[in-house]
Every structure is written in C-alpha cells, then in structure tokens.
Design a protein around this ligand. Structure first.
Ligand code: ADP
Ligand code: ADP
Length: 239
C-alpha cells in the first residue's frame, strides 16, 4: 500500500469555495509509494506548500479552512489521528528552518526531538551518532547552529528529523538559501538516505534541473491542481 495517498483532496484557506475563489488545492489525487524519491515543482502560488501541509497533517490539524477528500498516511486518515501520530510517519523540514530549530547547539537540537519522541535513554546516543554519520556532519556535533553555513544548517535540520526515524522525509525548498554546490550536497544527502534507509523522500524544489537528476518522479502543480505526474523524462516531454 502507498505510504501517502490523497483522494480527491481540495482545500481553501478561506473557508469554502465561492465563485471568485481559486482553491489552494483542487481535486488532487495521488499516491506516493514506499521508498520513492518524489519532486514537487510549479510556479509560486501553485499549491506546493499547501500540498506539503496536507501530507504532513498540518492541514487539518493546524489550519482553519475548508478541506474536502481524504489523505491517508501509512493507512490512517489524517483527520482521524493526531498530529503526533502523523509526525512519527512524516518528518517535515519546513521552508524556514531557523524557526523550526529550537536549540543553539547541534547536539541539543537532535536530543530535543529524540527526548520529545520518548526514545529510550539508552538508545539515544547510538541514534544520534548513527544519524550524524549518515548525514556526514559528525564534525558539527558541538557547533553553535548560528555559526553554521546555510548548507550545514540544512543538513542539521535534516538530521534532527531523520534521527526520529520517520518513513517519509518531506522538505519544502531545502536549497532555497543555498548556492549550487551546497544544493548538490543536500541532494546527495537525500539520495543517500533514500537509498540506504529506504526512506521515502518528497521534496518541493525550484531548482528543476537539479531535482530532475535525483527524483524518480515529478509532480507538477499548477493553480492548485496536479497538472503532470510522471518521471522527469515524461514530464519534460509534455512541457
Ligand atoms: P512559497 O511560494 O514559497 O510557498 P509564499 O510567499 O507563497 O511562499 O508564502 C509564504 C508564507 O505566507 C507561507 O507560510 C504561506 O502559507 C503564507 N501565505 C501565502 N499566501 C498567503 C495568503 N494569501 N494569505 C495568508 N498567508 C499566505
Ligand atoms: P506554493 O507553495 O506553490 O507557492 P502555496 O501552497 O503557498 O503555493 O499557495 C497556494 C495558494 O494558497 C496561493 O493562492 C496562496 O496565496 C494561498 N495561501 C497559501 N498559504 C495561505 C495561508 N496561510 N492563508 C491564506 N492563503 C494562503
């Protein structure tokens, strides 16, 4: 079964469809398979971040508005389980990682999540070391987050979520603030995680050429609808 399934999902921040209103999401149906590396593209305002909010359970749990259809995450309807339950399956790295991260030192940032998730104390150190190694940031463990480069910060944000061992890593424009070299390093990390741990990756990204080198599948959003869904090759044949 798919790890995430949207069944005819529509959403309006305003509370309901009227004549003039364009829905932020409109009749979106899709399935994300376990272990896939999925990219989401489309112009500003197309509904990409809203789609991410649906997949992460933030909608319906954090947003008012009108939601139609159903979103199934690891077999559960997101309307019927808590946000905490969903977050154990879908780990989100938000667009603004500076507001997502709460600690000042890298190690503390990772410990915060592990303790919050109730990981037994005798497992925390191993989990922390393993994750730092996977992401390749062992040397950053004792650093102040504020002193890190954008690329390093992004890796720390990814590591902090990855340590919680979600099934899906969902990222909203992880390279927005990064130069091309750092962007490539972040995507190399995502590919490693995807291949070695089998974690499903869903990533919203503006850098389409970069994204296309990594993802198995591209979702193209336009005016709240899923306009295209296929391999990068299939999508560009239509573009
Ligand atoms: P992006 O295109 O990268 O998603 P936006 O500039 O569209 O970024 O949105 C930035 C933030 O503002 C997001 O948190 C989004 O939810 C919020 N936002 C976007 N459009 C509106 C709106 N019409 N009313 C209120 N908040 C909005
Ligand atoms: P994208 O991520 O592709 O830029 P969004 O999902 O942020 O698109 O936005 C889709 C639509 O929903 C846009 O019309 C945007 O203005 C609107 N929107 C986004 N966030 C909010 C919000 N918090 N409140 C009201 N409208 C929003």
């Amino acid at each position: 079964s798919p790890i995430i399934e949207l069944r005819d999902v529509s959403f309006s921040y305003e509370g309901g469809p009227d004549q003039d209103e364009e829905m932020a999401l409109s009749h979106v149906s899709l399935k994300v398979g376990r272990g896939e590396f999925v990219g989401v593209i489309g112009p500003s305002g197309a509904g990409k971040s809203t789609l991410a909010s649906v997949m992460s359970g933030a909608i319906p749990h954090h947003y008012r508005g009108a939601l139609y259809g159903a979103t199934i995450v690891d077999g559960n309807d997101t309307c019927e389980v808590t946000l905490t339950d969903i977050s154990r399956v879908v780990g989100s790295v938000l667009q603004d990682i500076d507001t997502q991260m709460v600690a000042s030192v890298v190690e503390d940032e990772m410990l915060f999540g592990l303790e919050n998730f109730g990981v037994p104390h005798d497992q925390i150190e191993a989990r922390l070391e393993q994750t730092l190694r996977t992401v390749g940031i062992e040397d950053l463990r004792d650093r102040e987050i504020a002193t890190l480069s954008g690329g390093q910060k992004q890796k720390v944000a990814i590591a902090a979520i990855l340590a919680l061992q979600p099934r899906v890593l969902l990222l909203d424009e992880p390279t927005a603030a990064l130069d091309p070299a750092s962007s490539t390093l972040v995507f190399d990390t995502l590919r490693k995680v995807n291949r070695e741990s089998g974690i499903t990756v869903v990533v919203i990204e503006q850098k389409v050429a970069l994204l296309s080198r990594y993802c198995d599948r591209l979702l193209v959003m336009s005016h709240g609808s899923l306009a295209l869904d296929g391999t990068p090759r299939q999508v560009f044949a239509h573009a």
